[in-house]
Design a protein around this ligand. Structure first.
Ligand code: MEZ
Length: 537
């Protein structure tokens, strides 16, 4: 357990708790934030990025690990695939079984299209399941989509695509109602009013939650709906290459059975990529809060057929990943812990920042406290700062933690840490890819009939995302993509299928003088003996 130095620091935290609970730390100015980010946020470490030599974003920088995958060789050779033998035929093919994929499938089905989900793991094995603190929607009298827009636009450094953010905030209240009607058990007061809280960077309380397992509750409901509707779900089957038709339109995917490695052909009128994020690439050696399959597959598949990326150089490091004990290193400690009253405290028991700055600013502030100011608490695995959880009950009364954040109580309780009585150690963890595939307001990429929804998309949030806007975007854009792809499918006649883009991409790589042995999509992370926690090769 804790060594003497940690215990001594913990005593300082306890001694200052009452005074710290009363403190109202000031928010940073815009200039202070800019300076902090430039010096301490991982996105600004130039040597961790590489320039793409081929593809639609040639000349732009992306994380080194992603660059390798985007320029890699395919897992298959075109000669291994008989495109005349079609194994599955559908109107709308949805690649990915998380919240965005499930929402898309439900709406495509609702619109009368034949929809089918393929997923390399099982439906619900996705980052949606891991989201904890809530989902934003401006549906209270003191709030509006316009205020929601301003919060998100500012939090994302004014870089969000306006037409996408507009849809996100305007369709949010209806998205909550849709989920509520499907059966999501949102937290409500006795009269049925939804309980809402703040998140980092929100000017109104608009975070709707199901305790601190909001994503799991939403995914449970969506999965039930998909299965109840009888929508086919082909699990343990990965998409390893997209298929175009002779006109250059997306027309399906080559699938690979994850166990037998058998290759299958899925032909479709429209395709939706809903493959999620990339945390398991462990950029810059960070641990991650992401699920096991988050390996940037959709970015690779889309990029190879000519889709464009937007802001692929910007990642989100959630400020509070568990830094101790090592069994849960990097696991998400929901922002809701701070929303309901816990503050971040350094080794000397000092509150060093406002607890609800936006995520990039909060993460950079913690990194500065530990690495430049020497005020972190050293653990066997690294360093962290305290998140003073007992402060929650000091402010809100006994029983609040069990009622509002029971999953946190249980996660730390398993290792003998009672978060009602002791603070916990946290440090930023790789949580979200802010960037991804560029889409238009109809959710279509640059490639005709190829749609995208969820974390694989870039541009909705700009260069930083606010808490709770991801659970929202998977629902809003999942549903929109499902409807749009179903509508489009009505007018599509698929031409002869081809994998010619593979040879073209190989030729471009060769012409650029690029030599690589890398193969993508990665599909699953590799954990080696050298660095069992984060190495993904
Ligand atoms: O939006 C998120 O990333 C989220 C809800 C995370 C959390 O802190 O709970």
């Amino acid at each position: 357990m804790y060594n003497e130095k940690m215990l001594e620091s913990m005593r300082k935290v306890a001694a200052n708790r009452e005074a710290n609970a009363e403190l109202e730390p000031r928010r940073m100015t815009a200039d202070e934030k800019d300076a902090l980010l430039a010096e301490f946020h991982p996105d600004y470490k130039q040597n961790e990025f590489a320039i793409l030599s081929i593809g639609e974003n040639k000349g732009e920088k992306v994380p080194t690990e992603l660059c390798e995958l985007l320029q890699a060789h395919s897992r298959i050779s075109a000669a291994d695939v008989d495109l005349t033998k079609v194994d599955y035929e559908t109107d709308v093919l949805i690649i990915g079984g998380g919240g965005a994929g499930a929402s898309a499938a439900i709406e495509a089905d609702e619109a009368g299209a034949k929809a089918m989900i393929v997923t390399k793991l099982r439906i619900g094995d996705a980052n949606t399941m891991m989201a904890e603190g809530g989902i934003q929607a401006a549906d209270k009298p003191n709030d509006s989509p316009a205020i929601h827009y301003l919060d998100a636009f500012g939090g994302g450094h004014f870089a969000a695509k306006p037409e996408l953010l507009y849809k996100l905030v305007n369709e949010a209240p209806e998205a909550i109602q849709w989920l509520n009607n499907l059966g999501v058990e949102f937290d409500k007061t006795e009269d049925g009013t939804m309980v809402t809280t703040h998140g980092g960077g929100t000017s109104r309380k608009r975070m709707h939650a199901a305790k601190d397992y909001s994503g799991a509750e939403i995914m449970r409901t969506l999965r039930d709906e998909v299965l109840n509707r009888g929508i086919p779900v082909i699990d343990f089957t990965a998409a390893v290459e997209l298929i175009l038709d002779e006109n250059g339109n997306c027309a399906g995917a080559v699938l690979m059975n994850m166990e037998t490695k058998e290759l299958l052909v899925a032909k479709a009128k429209t395709v939706i990529l809903a493959t999620g994020g990339a945390g398991r690439l462990h950029y810059q050696g960070f641990p991650t809060s992401n699920h096991y399959g988050a390996t940037a597959d959709g970015l690779v598949l889309g990029y190879r057929v000519g889709a464009k990326l937007l802001y692929a150089d910007t990642l989100q490091y959630h400020p509070t990943g568990a830094a101790y004990p090592e069994q849960i290193f990097g696991a998400l400690v929901t922002e809701k812990v701070r929303s309901i009253g816990a503050k971040l405290v350094n080794a000397d028991g000092e509150v060093f920042m406002h607890p609800l700055e936006t995520r990039d600013v909060s993460a950079a502030s913690i990194i500065r406290e530990c690495n430049a100011r020497g005020k972190g608490i050293e653990t066997s695995d690294g360093v962290g700062v305290w998140l003073d959880t007992p402060m929650i009950e000091l402010k809100n009364g006994e029983g609040t933690i069990e009622k509002r954040i029971p999953a946190m109580l249980r996660m730390f309780g398993k290792y003998g840490i009672d978060i009602r009585k002791e603070p916990i150690l946290v440090y930023p963890t790789l949580h979200y890819q802010n960037g991804g595939l560029d889409i238009n307001a109809d959710c279509m990429t640059k490639v005709e009939n190829l749609y995208a929804a969820g974390e694989v998309v870039g541009g909705i949030h700009g260069r930083n995302r606010l808490m709770g806007n991801s659970l929202l975007d998977i629902i809003v854009f999942g549903r929109d993509a499902g409807r749009a792809a179903a509508e489009k499918a009505k007018d599509v006649t698929v031409g002869a299928l081809t994998l010619d883009h593979m040879a073209a991409f190989d030729a471009e790589r060769a012409a650029a003088g690029l030599e690589t042995e890398a193969i993508s999509p990665k599909l699953l992370p590799t954990y080696t003996h050298g660095n069992p926690k984060f190495e993904a090769k």
